[in-house]
Design a binder for this molecule. Sequence first.
Ligand SMILES: C[S@@+](CC[C@H](N)C(=O)[O-])C[C@H]1O[C@@H](n2cnc3c(N)ncnc32)[C@H](O)[C@@H]1O
Length: 261
Amino acid sequence: MLSYQHGFHAGNQADVHKHTLLLGILSLIAKKARPITYIESHAGRGLYDLAGEQAQKTGEWRAGVGELYEQRGLATPLARYRDVVARWNRGEAILQYPGSPCVAGGALRKRDRLVLFEQHKAEFEALNTAMTNHYRHAEAIRGDGYDGMLDVFSEHDPRHRLIAMIDPSYELKEDFERAPAFAQRLVSLVPDALVMVWYPVLTTGETLAAQTGSFHSQILFQQHREGHRMIGSGMVIFGDTTENRRPLKVLDRALQAHFTA
Ligand SMILES: C[S@@+](CC[C@H](N)C(=O)[O-])C[C@H]1O[C@@H](n2cnc3c(N)ncnc32)[C@H](O)[C@@H]1O
């Protein structure tokens, strides 16, 4: 039984990196008329309580969204991400943190599909409630995200552009090999799909087995929590990103500058 719960880490520096990229990528694809099916294999609970016990215990969000939230003059991609977080909060304090399903839900249009897999019972129930309350058209499904994502790819409607995110907790070391191999398999099934794979940069050196996607963004944190093995965050996109090469470069440059400032 896996024990990872994202509530301890929500809003940390890795989430700022991952969610700014997610928002930027979905916003680019949503400029096109074609409807999108967005799928997540490891969705988490959708919405996180930063005043709650888990977030307060580690305080990781303070060095991530907490610091960013107080900054003015942010580069456009980060300012847009800040605006998304601000929409979930009133005033200066950040009490609620939107996870990837809520970031995606806000970037997508009514005609787009949002399919979210989560295996953990309590996390799934929270995700289902968050989606019912905020994005009624989203489908939250309890079950294995790898199997579920494969089913969606196998049965997809070619009128839709498939965009997928694989964001495991890497509690199982096999995910370092499984996630990129699975992403490669998905784009061989649907060549115009884009599959994002997030991974942690660890002091212990394990890393994603294949980083051969068409886009790669990796940042290293300036500071990290005492005793914490994660010292950076990476995202690889599998699939053809040629049409968005320039804006993706701009996005990555803004993130590099933010995390080295
Ligand atoms: C890193 S968290 C997801 C965070 C979320 N994507 C975000 O950015 O807001 C990983 C999640 O995957 C779930 N999980 C682990 N194994 C899974 C599997 N095989 N299928 C679906 N969900 C799984 C965990 O319960 C956990 O909630």
